[in-house]
Ligand binder design. Structure first.
Ligand code: F6R
Length: 615
């Protein structure tokens, strides 16, 4: 997360950099900042503000910087609170060198210790980025590119950085490792940005800086270097997007983009959670010994977040050995639930602002319970109010239908379950390591599901063609891990296509819902490998026997379900507790294709809002 912009050219650079940052606000907006090389000053101009970009605009308007070289940043906090002091750019103590950074420096504690011992440097912020500035500062002997190159040999982790120095008024040096950075030039300007959208006012000819490479920008020029400092080439391409399309990264809708972003989002959510001996979450404001005193866990959430809670229940019970209930937040506090100081209440909300979820969390706190918030929004009411927080790093979710928030919530909840299980002494380090090893393989597995887009599109077209005025509905079923995915698939389909869709526990079909089956009705069966696959197969046979058209989601290598179903969508094998993270992607994609086929507004479906701040 976070967005960076750099401009070197012939006009006042602060305007173009602020405009570039505006296109990146979706990457984070808890603080922003700008550094310029100011004529006549022996240090850089540094301007920062907590909160949204509008606050930084005010600071810059008041200061009226004049420099024609600047770097800027919009932040989504990972290390340290979203305060002004933690806002980028970060500088050396003499403020002659400044850095903006997107990513995470994994060895920042180690580098900070070295800087303290060998150079007596004490950072002023809580960020990993400030360490980069000091490190480059200690390596600088007059050649900025070489100092940055040497610093990249020391730093580990994922990053894209932009660096300026007072002694090099027309230069930005950049370095990339596992985070995006694109560059564009005109005759007298060079611009870098985390995203193509920021370059479109200048050019549609884009150069992406390859991983492990550096770039040097001067007015109208850019050069790429490899890690030895030798000249190299970037990946160049042309885009013909409008600004809005650029924000969508070339996808036809935000929902399509957000579905496709899930491998990256899941990877980011896992990053830094396990150091080989200890599970980490973001913030805890109580004594960890309290984790041993709980006798029950209650998960509260609404909509898709509630479904993530249903998926995670098994992980919580398995790893914490505590009884775990999952409640719809809007129901919770009205039934006088048994909650006390031995209860841990986990509140899940993408926005962190859902009124019912906040109220449920506050109710639990009033009863003496400890709360853990799981949210995508740093600084949200949920993040500020909970006793401990784990942030999902999905990035801004614009489409009303939640997709990448769901998969990242499951990952975050699994991390939370491991954290509690470890604190309670239920898990050996080797067991936790094995889970993280499995989780690491998910992003690649997710890519193989996403690659079936055209095929899933063809299933959606056929599904739409099967609808009739008599049965204009779709049924989803599954058991155990498959049930929350059936519920989620039905929710996705109904909210963006306006078709009636319901999710059922497949064992319940014969207790009523099977009456809805007649020839031609589509049933989506979640039939991935696991303890209940053969039971789901019986349920498939029962609806097939009554004329249903069954689309089954199956695990790679499965031939049993394939022999029963009309169509199958194959997902890679995964550890059973995490398999819903893969099984949900086909139902998201199917819903999107059906809604597109019906010409719906998939990003802003009728009657809905992204954040539900009323009861
Ligand atoms: C469905 C959807 C909603 C949200 C629900 C909770 O696609 O997006 O059901 O999941 O409104 O929102 P958050 O997670 O922000 O509390």
């Amino acid at each position: 997360m976070c967005g960076i912009v750099g401009y070197v050219g012939n006009e006042n650079a602060s305007g173009p950099v602020l405009n570039g940052l505006a296109t990146l606000e979706y990457r984070g907006y808890d603080s922003a900042g700008l550094a310029t090389i100011e004529p006549g000053l022996d240090h850089l101009g540094i301007y920062k503000a907590a909160g949204k970009l509008v606050n930084l605009r005010q600071v810059v308007d008041d200061a009226q910087p004049q420099g024609t070289t600047a770097i800027g940043h919009t932040r989504w906090a990972t290390h340290g609170d979203p305060t002004t002091v933690n806002a980028h750019p970060h500088t050396t103590a003499d403020q002659r060198l400044a850095v903006v950074h997107n990513g995470i420096i994994e060895n920042h504690l180690e580098v900070a210790a070295m800087l303290r011992e060998e150079h007596g440097i004490t950072p002023v912020s809580d960020t990993d980025t400030e360490i980069i500035a000091h490190l480059i500062g200690t390596l600088y002997t007059g050649d900025l590119k070489e100092a940055v190159r040497q610093a990249t040999q020391v730093l580990t982790g994922q990053y894209a950085i932009g660096v300026i120095h007072r002694d090099h008024p027309d230069t930005i040096v950049a370095a990339v490792n596992g985070a995006p950075m694109v560059i564009g030039t005109t005759d007298d300007v060079a611009v870098l940005c985390s995203d193509v959208a920021g370059l479109l006012p200048y050019t549609r000819h884009i150069t992406a800086v390859p991983d492990g490479h550096m770039a040097m920008l001067t007015p109208g020029h850019m050069e790429i270097f490899d890690q030895d400092g030798a000249p190299a080439t970037g990946h160049t391409y042309e885009v013909d997007w409008t600004a809005e399309e650029a924000e969508k990264g070339g996808y036809p809708s935000f929902m399509a983009k957000e579905i496709a972003e899930q491998p990256r989002a899941v990877r980011d959510t896992m990053t830094g959670r396990w150091d080989g001996t200890q599970v980490h979450i973001d913030e805890v404001s109580f004594d960890l010994s309290r984790l041993k005193t709980f006798d029950k866990i209650i998960i509260v959430a609404c909509g898709t977040s509630h479904h993530a809670g249903l998926v995670a229940r098994r992980a919580f019970e398995h790893w914490t050995r505590l009884s775990t209930e999952v409640e719809i937040a809007s129901e919770f506090r009205y039934r006088d639930p048994i909650v006390n100081k031995a209860t841990l209440v986990v509140a899940i909300s993408q926005s962190g602002e859902t009124a019912d979820t906040i109220a449920a969390m506050q109710y639990a706190q009033d009863q003496g319970a400890t709360t853990l918030g799981v949210t995508n929004m740093v600084g949200s009411t949920l993040a500020r109010g909970a006793d401990s927080v784990i942030i999902t790093r999905a990035g801004r979710e614009v489409a009303v239908a939640s997709t990448k928030a769901f998969t990242t919530q499951i990952v975050a909840l699994m991390v939370a379950a491991l954290w509690i299980g470890q604190a309670r002494g239920n898990l050996y380090v080797e067991e936790i390591q094995a889970v993280f090893d499995d989780l690491q393989s998910l992003p690649d597995a997710m890519e193989t599901v996403l690659a079936q887009d055209a095929y899933i599109g063809s299933l959606a077209t056929a599904l739409v063609n099967r609808l009739t005025s008599q049965h204009g509905y779709v049924m989803f079923f599954g058991r155990l891990n498959g049930l929350p995915i059936a519920l989620e698939g039905a929710l996705k389909l109904k909210e963006i296509s306006y078709l009636h869709a319901e999710g059922f526990a497949s064992g319940e079909m014969k207790h009523g819902p099977i009456a809805l089956i007649e020839p031609g009705v589509t049933v989506i069966a979640i039939a991935t490998e696991g303890a209940v696959k053969t039971k789901v197969m019986s349920n498939i046979e029962q609806v097939k026997g009554r004329g249903a058209h069954v689309i089954a989601i199956v695990t790679e290598g499965d031939d049993d379900v394939r022999a029963l179903a009309d169509d199958v969508i194959v997902v890679p094998a995964a550890m059973e507790l995490a398999s819903p993270i893969l099984a949900v992607i086909p139902v998201q994609m199917l819903a999107l294709h059906v809604a597109n086929a019906l010409d719906r507004d998939v990003d802003q479906p009728r009657n809905l809002a992204k954040t539900v701040t009323v009861e």
